[in-house]
Design a protein around this ligand. Structure first.
Ligand SMILES: CC(=O)N[C@H]1[C@@H](OP(=O)(O)OP(=O)(O)OC[C@H]2O[C@@H](n3ccc(=O)[nH]c3=O)[C@H](O)[C@@H]2O)O[C@H](CO)[C@@H](O)[C@@H]1O[C@H](C)C(=O)N[C@@H](C)C(=O)N[C@H](CCC(=O)O)C(=O)O
Ligand SMILES: Nc1ncnc2c1ncn2[C@@H]1O[C@H](COP(=O)(O)OP(=O)(O)OP(=O)(O)O)[C@@H](O)[C@H]1O
Length: 485
């Protein structure tokens, strides 16, 4: 891509500059001045922490051959292109630079508050087991040509997506699409073949302001469907039902998943212990015996199954694949501990997910349920009261502890935990701020047949250092039960 093409691509004009070579070939793109190399294009983004426009000179010193930004700037030594929205420009330019790699693939976006990762993994597993290679972008990792790559965000920006997809031989790409990504134009310019909506419940209101705005952000995904694309919606969720109605008004084809008789894939019945799911599709009854626990996973399965069928997977192949799916790291991950207790490590960090997780444990646990959880620093405080209410109601004992503190000081989070316990907790609960000491206490309390449930971090490594030298919840519980012997 040549520098002089940019004005056309971005529908803007180049500002006056002393530039020597407007025909220069752009060798790479970055929105981080520190990653700029000779011949790269720098895109200045006004972020939430810093303003990228402040780093334009730094980018030029590092070799930028051109700059895109939102501010009016006239005196740069390289061509400058002023745009209304730099994040959108990043998507537009990266699509041109990499020659629209998503155009070659069946593109599936999965959104919703909970269940994006679970549904996406299930779907990828069904497709891969039925001969369709599938790239994946999500909160745990990205997968291209079967190779895993680390990720910072649930949804990377289009520059990163395109960079990885440029070398992809996969026929399908499944992308977990967060509401942040939709408001930050991270997937702008992708046209989706299928867009999935799992559910919506309170989260991220610190960012979106209200549930209506949060829903509005999620809805953007369905405006990005191809003309022949299809929405796949859990209509048992109230927001899902609303979305389906709106899309019907807009004549966007929808596949409804739920318990209602009118649903295209109907959840006829299910048992959670042992797990089994009876679906009805085109008057045909389909029995699936998955390895996954929890009613919520029956919905995740129905969503993934319905999508795979749309893509052309046959019923038998889809059922077989679901039945062999082993689960996902950090999502209702079960371990039998040395002391005879069962450990569940789960990523639940909303009140809805917590309710589903603890309900699933209750369905399976005959002994006591000991729950350990915390509140993540810098994340929506509006969900905290419901989280403690659910835990204090559904568990036999609970321990409030640290989750990632992010920018919050240990003292402040300690006071928050004590205050929530005093105001909304009950006498089943205690506060032990050090997460590993909290797990040690739970291990001491637990007897044969009890379940210890640790939520919030799932597969993730600890951000802070704790008393015991372990890196995640599962490791901590195993280490501490061994230590108890
Ligand atoms: C609050 C937020 O969403 N931040 C996202 C945003 O970063 P930002 O633009 O605010 O970054 P910034 O630090 O202010 O920097 C502004 C600009 O200056 C540039 N800079 C900075 C320093 C320098 O020396 N030179 C330079 O050029 C930076 O590269 C950047 O372009 O854009 C980045 C690139 O796309 C994201 O990686 C980053 O996600 C951060 C890591 C994050 O934690 N986001 C969370 C809230 C998030 O997006 N979560 C959702 C999942 C939610 C869910 O659970 O469902 C997700 O999709 O991950
Ligand atoms: N369909 C669902 N409905 C409600 N809760 C769910 C559902 N699926 C999963 N959960 C709960 O939410 C937790 C996170 O699941 P998952 O990682 O699939 O969601 P996610 O939407 O990808 O979350 P995040 O965006 O935070 O990564 C699970 O560990 C489980 O407790």
């Amino acid at each position: 891509m040549e520098l002089q093409e940019l004005a056309n691509i971005l529908k803007t004009v180049e500002s006056e500059s002393n530039s020597v070579n407007p025909n220069a070939l752009i060798k790479g793109i970055s929105f981080n001045s520190q990653e700029i190399q000779e011949g790269f294009l720098f895109i200045a983004i006004k972020g939430y922490q810093q303003d990228g426009h402040r780093f334009i000179n730094n980018a030029i010193e590092n070799g930028a051959c051109g700059v895109i930004g939102e501010q009016e700037i006239t005196d740069l030594s390289v061509p400058y292109f002023q745009v209304d929205n730099s994040r959108n420009a990043l998507s537009i330019v990266s699509n041109h630079f990499y020659n629209y790699p998503t155009n070659e693939k069946i593109v599936i976006g999965v959104t919703g508050t909970n269940g994006k990762t679970s549904t996406s993994y299930l779907l990828r597993h069904i497709l891969e087991n039925n001969g369709l290679s599938c790239a994946f972008f999500g909160s745990t990792k990205n997968i291209i040509n079967g190779e895993s790559y680390p990720t910072v965000n649930t949804t990377p920006n289009l520059l990163e997506i395109n960079r990885l997809l440029a070398g992809s031989r996969d026929e399908v790409v499944v992308i977990e699409v967060s509401s942040h990504a939709l408001t930050q134009y991270r997937v702008e310019g992708i046209y989706f073949d299928y867009a999935l909506f799992t559910n919506l419940s309170q989260d991220h209101l610190d960012y979106h302001g209200s549930m209506e705005e949060y829903f509005g952000a999620k809805k953007k995904l369905f405006e990005m469907l191809k003309d022949e694309g299809k929405a796949i919606i859990n209509t048992d969720d109230l927001w899902g039902e609303q979305l389906a109605r709106q899309l019907e008004d807009e004549s966007i084809p929808t596949l409804a998943i739920g318990e209602n008789e009118k649903c295209d894939v109907k959840l006829e019945s299910y048992t959670t212990n042992p797990p089994s799911l009876q679906l009805k599709e085109n008057n045909e009854s389909i029995l699936i015996k998955p390895l996954l626990y929890g009613l919520y996973n029956m919905y995740n399965i129905a969503m993934a199954y319905g999508t795979a069928k749309q893509i052309g997977v046959n019923t038998k192949g889809a059922i077989e694949a679901v039945q062999h799916f082993q689960g996902i790291e950090g999502r209702f991950a079960l371990t039998e501990l040395n002391n005879g207790a069962t450990l569940v490590v789960d990523y639940a960090h909303t009140s809805d997910a917590l309710m589903h997780c603890l309900k699933t444990v209750r369905d399976n646990c005959e002994g006591n349920l000991i729950h350990i959880f915390g509140y993540r620093g810098d994340r929506d405080p509006g969900k905290r009261r419901d989280m403690i209410s659910i835990s204090s109601e559904m568990s036999d004992r609970y321990i409030l502890t640290f989750d990632d503190l992010n920018s919050v000081s240990p003292e402040e989070m300690k006071n928050t935990l004590i205050s929530y316990q005093e105001r909304y907790g009950n006498d089943k609960g205690i506060v032990i701020t050090d997460r590993t000491l909290a797990i040690e206490e739970a291990v001491k309390m637990a007897e044969m047949g009890d379940w210890i449930v640790i939520t919030g971090k799932g597969h993730e490594k600890y951000q802070q250092q704790y008393h015991y030298p372990v890196h995640n919840d599962e490791e901590a519980a195993i280490y501490l039960t061994k230590a108890k012997d």
